[in-house]
Design a protein around this ligand. Sequence first.
Ligand code: HGY
Ligand code: MN
Ligand code: MN
Length: 414
Amino acid sequence: MAEPLRISWPRLRDRLDTLGAVGATGDGGCARLALTDADREGRDLVVSWMRDLGLRVDVDRIGNVTGTWPADSTEPPVLTGSHIDTVRTGGIYDGNLGVLAGLEAVETIIASGVPLRRPVAVAFFTNEEGSRFAPDMFGSLVFVGGLALEEALDTVGVDGAVVGDELERIGYVGSLPVPGRPPAAFVELHIEQGPVLEAEGVDIGAVTGVQGISWQEVTVTGQSNHAGTTPMAHRHDPAFVAGSVAVFVRDLAGRMGPPQVATVGRIELHPNLVNVVPARATFTVDLRNTSEAALQEAEAELAAHLDALAEAEGVTVERRSLARFAPVAFDPAMVDRVERVATGHGRSVRRMPSGAGHDAQMLARVCPTAMVFTPSVDGISHNPAELTHDRDLEAGANVLLDVLLELVTADSVP
Ligand code: HGY
Ligand code: MN
Ligand code: MN
């Protein structure tokens, strides 16, 4: 019996390390915020690997990049991939694993000479993280028609930069129109970024879907005043409101129980000086739940708390939605396929929702989609200490390879 096809682990390890060195932060992590010079450098590197492989490289109007094999194919491909932009304190696996394991799977499929019923392709999507330019899953959302191109290009980032200008500056304004043509199917390999697989000693996650995401930016305007002379009863203190909300959402998530999570990730005070009662506080609230109804309940409780605080503290509160995505369920047949392939590889596997957002949740709007998870050591991610053991990276990449192989050789998809 012929040996089963397997990826080249040394080649994948080398690429993970080479890309991980782009924007390296010196502590094992990397910083490649979307559309920065470091992002361009990472993009150029992955594109060079795609070209070396003989893939047709297409760039669309929002800078999503796809490498397709055969290069002259015209049919919708089976697509894999993820993102290569990172948060500022990123690790080297979040997103990068999905793109590089996808490239490795494509290279392995090409080298095998297996006859393909449909093309295979690997993509990286623009600005998946959303931490510089909101919302997250930005490029894949434009790709599936969930965000208009003009609105996307006009988006202003936390640093005042504009998406269209930055895309132009780094040379990734492509010609392919958006929304893009739906692929035949999409499969994304990703680190779990949470503690579940490791805690249960399970090798592979067959991801059933992605939980709902609600990002808000809250701007509180009070009255700046002297820290020494202003009696407490005379204050209109936005910093007090920001701190109160951070405590409130922690208690709210506790009352609602898992899987509800809540995060105040960004707080900016103005003028941010030791002896000045702030004039203004701008902060973000990230709420998530697998249940849309529960997520709406959490949003309503937060809104009521903010209204009551505004009244009591004598401040004004403005709220702006940065991202709002309902929970997504992946195609059951595709989830079954991931589970079956992992089991066939002798790997333990469990079904699970994703706590993090992913490009796959956008592709699920237009084609049969699934994700493969690998365990995260200590459940750590969005942190330079992010780590997945080599044996798990390799196992995940080989499961991805076989899921893709099935899809590119099957009579029909999914
Ligand atoms: O926020 C997220 O879940 C993803 O990392 N963009
Ligand atoms: Mn990611
Ligand atoms: Mn991430």
